[in-house]
Design a protein around this ligand. Structure first.
Ligand code: GRF
Length: 213
């Protein structure tokens, strides 16, 4: 600790593969002072990800680690870990990152990886969660921010927001409504993380503010 509030601030990395709207919600919130931490780097496994240019435009360092240049998942994740170390990242935020993480990666950032998923987990894990919700006929779906463990879309749940499914929805309309909720939920979860309000006990994550017991 240097005692310098800027250099002592938390430094989060964001991993993306595409559009990056959740990434932008986190960067915007941090730059507006709503998250007490700095966006250290945005990393994409896809060079053409539109989110990369958007991050650069906001002055956030970016990196591409193309998974196709590695022989296997472990090698690719090792390269991502190197970039994270170069940028001093203390937390990894997955935001539309379309890769599973190796056990080594998860171990290196144990308890320090967050993900956002567009359903109320444990319902509809995996790809096309909004389509799954539509096809199942649920009346309420939503989004979930959770810590990442070895099973996809499975770790301890930090926060959820419910979103109604309307009778005339299609997958795109529902996805857009859920996305609005995602853009509120993820920055708020990150704010709580960096304020030290998240207390993890097994699968349970409690919000404990300093005045609480
Ligand atoms: C979001 O729906 C997120 O929940 C899911 O992937 C999508 C990414 O969208 N994990 P964006 O790239 O953040 O716009």
């Amino acid at each position: 600790m240097s005692g310098d509030p800027v250099t002592d601030a938390g430094r989060f990395a964001i991993l993306i593969s595409g559009r990056g709207s959740n990434m932008l919600s986190l960067v915007n919130a941090a730059q507006a002072g709503r998250i007490p931490a700095l966006p250290a780097v945005v990393i994409s496994n896809v060079a053409a990800a539109p989110g990369l240019a958007a991050a650069s435009d906001l002055g956030v360092p970016t990196a591409v680690v193309d998974h196709r240049t590695s022989a296997n998942r472990e090698e690719h994740d090792g390269k991502v870990l190197e970039v994270l170390a170069e940028h001093g990242a203390d937390l990894v935020c997955l935001a539309g990152y379309m890769r599973l993480l190796s056990p080594d990666f998860i171990g290196a950032y144990a308890g320090r990886i967050l993900n956002i998923h567009p359903s109320l987990l444990p319902a509809f894990p995996g790809l096309h969660a909004q389509r799954q919700a539509m096809e199942h006929g649920v009346k309420i779906s939503g989004c979930t921010v959770h810590f990442v463990d070895e099973q996809p879309d499975h770790g301890p749940i930090v926060a959820q927001a419910a979103v109604p499914v309307q009778d005339d929805d299609d997958e795109d309309l529902l996805a857009a409504r859920i996305l609005e909720a995602e853009h509120r939920l993820y920055p708020e979860a990150l704010r709580r993380y960096y304020l030290g309000h998240l207390v993890v006990s097994g699968r349970r994550v409690r919000i404990q503010e300093p005045d609480d017991e």
